[in-house]
Design a protein around this ligand. Structure first.
Ligand code: FES
Length: 443
């Protein structure tokens, strides 16, 4: 990192670029691509959140991403709050749709008409569901990766209760869940604030939002939980029948942890002047085992590499013999070894990976004392290599690609080994066994 964290705004942009957390080159303003480096961590965050919600009685669901216009307009405050930032789908192919459809900015108006169908009596309550999904909002303020984009990733939990007290208890439970996850597991401190009426969720009675302090001293709003009261249940007819035949509207809450935004807080809190830092549990790579050569052999290996350099015209061409040396040292080629070879020869990692993947003589996993390679290419296949492979699997009690528990045998399927004239053939280490048959194998 070239920019110290004190200059947080520039540091934020630099870490995103250097650690490849987000690709901003997607050609749609306000939309970004989240590559594996960040997506893997977000997936872990999703898993932790989903497990916690399910432990507290929420069930997973998936609702459509498109919401009919009439649903969105059913609750007047909600529509006033959300319509300015809704993306509308108005065409299918070249034809205009009869009714515009909103791309969900949040799912109350998709879910609650269904809740009205699902809830009849008190025994259907409480109803506690969640979904993990994307939502779309046409942000007009300047967008910032993970913090404010026009598409973001979140979980939304929606609950219905028979009484106001139960709904208020759920709001408290949402705050506790936030503490258990955000603070205790993600290491992100926050304080819940009750929002003033002008700043509450559109359609809610009250909103409680967790604010954290970012390294530049600015607040960032993280999950919020909303007491919806009976506002939506009245609009969508979410009610249950009492014993005397009368109806009571359900008391509702909703809770929305935005995973992409929490991820921004995660790497902003923990990252430092050297780059990314994650809590151990969140790190997609927690431990790297670096192969270190034995002291007395390191000099020897380096000498061999120097000798090889004289014989090969380019460092790219050197890759194969150097990998072979590495395999002799470690017994197999791990990802870390490939990285080491790439650095040693100053060639791209992709080139080293390509060589290892192409040549079957390189082992990606540790192999047993005796490595049996069965050629299954055309000539060997036509002359019975499949039967030989099956017999070996049965005899050794392992499948192709496996190593026996005592580490004695490894069985591999390989491409042509250049002995097609005496097919079928099998190699054990350096030895070739040719013109084989199942009978010969048994002997
Ligand atoms: S096909 Fe098996 S050695 Fe060539």
């Amino acid at each position: 990192m070239n920019i110290p964290k004190e200059n947080f705004s520039e540091w934020y942009n630099e870490i995103i670029k250097e650690a490849k957390l987000c690709d901003l080159r997607y050609n749609l303003k306000g939309f970004v691509v989240i590559p594996p480096n960040a997506a893997q961590v977000m997936k872990i965050m999703y898993r932790i959140y989903e497990e916690a919600l399910e432990k507290k009685g929420h069930k997973p669901t998936y609702f459509p991403a498109l919401i009919p216009e009439r649903n969105l307009k059913a609750e007047s405050e909600h529509v006033a709050g959300f319509v300015p930032e809704v993306f509308w789908v108005t065409k299918a192919g070249t034809a205009d749709l009869e009714e515009p459809m909103a791309m969900r900015p949040t799912s109350e108006t998709a879910m609650y008409p269904m809740f009205a169908l699902w809830i009849n009596g008190k025994s259907d309550l409480p109803l506690k569901i969640y979904q993990s999904c994307q939502v779309w909002r046409h942000e007009t303020k300047a967008t910032k990766p993970f913090i404010r984009t026009r598409e973001f990733y979140w979980i939304e939990a929606h609950d219905v209760f028979a009484t106001e007290e139960e709904a208020l208890m759920q709001v408290r439970e949402d705050m506790e869940t936030t503490e258990e996850i955000l603070h205790q597991r993600f290491g992100i401190p926050f304080i819940f604030f009750k929002r003033p009426q002008w700043d509450k969720f559109a359609g809610a009675v009250d909103t409680y939002a967790a604010d954290t302090l970012m390294p530049d001293g600015k607040t960032l709003q993280l999950p919020s939980t909303h007491m919806l009261g009976q506002n939506f249940s009245k609009a969508f007819n979410v009610r249950y029948m009492n014993e005397d035949g009368s109806y009571t509207f359900g008391w509702q809450t909703c809770y929305g942890p935005a995973i992409s935004r929490i991820y921004a807080a995660l790497f902003s809190m923990h990252g430092d002047n050297k780059g990314l830092v994650y809590p151990f549990e969140m790190a997609p790579v927690q431990v790297i085992i670096i192969p270190i050569m034995k002291k007395d052999t390191e000099a020897e290996v380096r000498k061999k590499v120097e000798e090889l350099k004289q014989r090969y015209p380019t460092t790219q061409a050197l890759t194969l013999p150097v990998l072979w040396l590495a395999q002799e040292q470690f017994g197999y080629i791990s990802e870390e070894t490939m990285k080491y070879v790439a650095t040693l020869l100053n060639v791209p990692f992709g080139h080293v990976l390509g060589v290892v993947s192409f040549y079957t003589m390189f082992h990606r996993k540790r192999v047993g004392k005796h490595h049996i390679e069965v050629c299954t290419n055309v000539s060997c296949m036509l002359r019975g290599s499949a039967e030989i492979a099956k017999r070996l699997e049965r005899k050794l009690g392992i499948q192709m690609g496996e190593t026996s528990q005592d580490n004695k045998w490894t069985l591999s399927e390989v491409e042509c080994m250049g002995s097609c004239g005496s097919a079928p053939m099998v190699a054990i280490g350096e030895e070739y066994y040719e013109n084989l048959s199942v009978d010969k194998l048994d002997k």
